[in-house]
Design a protein around this ligand. Structure first.
Ligand code: NAD
Length: 155
């Protein structure tokens, strides 16, 4: 399967490596050009127990870039920091990730939201943006799979 994973941080990068190690073709996407350049030099942007070995084994099945391309599965692992004024999660990165995905969305694709978000985010935010593709939910599939890892101990 071909997987496009958006957001190559503490959650996204180890997840991308695990899928690549399971023999999936993984395209890692990040809006931060510096992170992409580092990864393309086969350097890790942060340290994590066991990540170096996992990354080395996964590398042949991975590519890194700033733009989304067609895939079977899209995984969103972008930040959702607390907005202290609004006292809720900041969802602008999730929206921008969805906006990057919808032009590439095809029938039977699966979109997985892995970021931590408030209840209702899929219905209220993700579905309307993804349906800009001209497809309806059901034509594509959507799942929310919030990560429960401990920072630095994801693997
Ligand atoms: N770090 C953890 O241990 C942890 C644990 C549980 C849940 N989470 C949740 O997982 C999500 C990701 O957290 P993280 O710690 O990996 O964040 P992070 O800040 O380490 O990494 C996120 C990456 O996403 C990139 N990004 C932002 N907008 C993007 C876009 N539109 N397209 C592609 N890339 C984009 C950023 O440049 C950054 O590199 C958050 O919702 C967080 O709450 C994190």
């Amino acid at each position: 399967m071909k997987i496009c994973l958006l957001g190559l941080g503490y959650i996204g990068l180890p997840t991308a490596c695990l899928f690549a190690n399971a023999n999936h073709e993984v395209v890692g996407i990040d809006v931060n050009q510096e992170i992409i350049e580092k990864l393309n030099r086969e350097e890790l942007p942060f340290e994590e127990n066991g990540l170096e070995e996992l990354f080395e084994d996964a590398y042949p099945n991975m590519r890194f870039k700033t733009e989304v391309e067609e895939a079977d599965v899209f995984i969103i692992a972008v930040p959702t920091p607390l907005n202290k004024e609004m006292k809720m999660a900041e969802l602008k990165y999730v929206r921008s990730a969805a906006e990057m995905i919808y032009p590439q969305l095809r029938i039977d694709n699966l979109v997985i939201l892995e970021s931590t978000v408030p209840p209702g985010t899929c219905d209220k935010l993700l579905v309307p943006v993804l349906e800009e593709s001209g497809l309806k939910t059901g034509d594509f599939r959507l799942a929310h799979c919030p990560e429960r890892a401990i920072p630095g101990n994801t693997i």
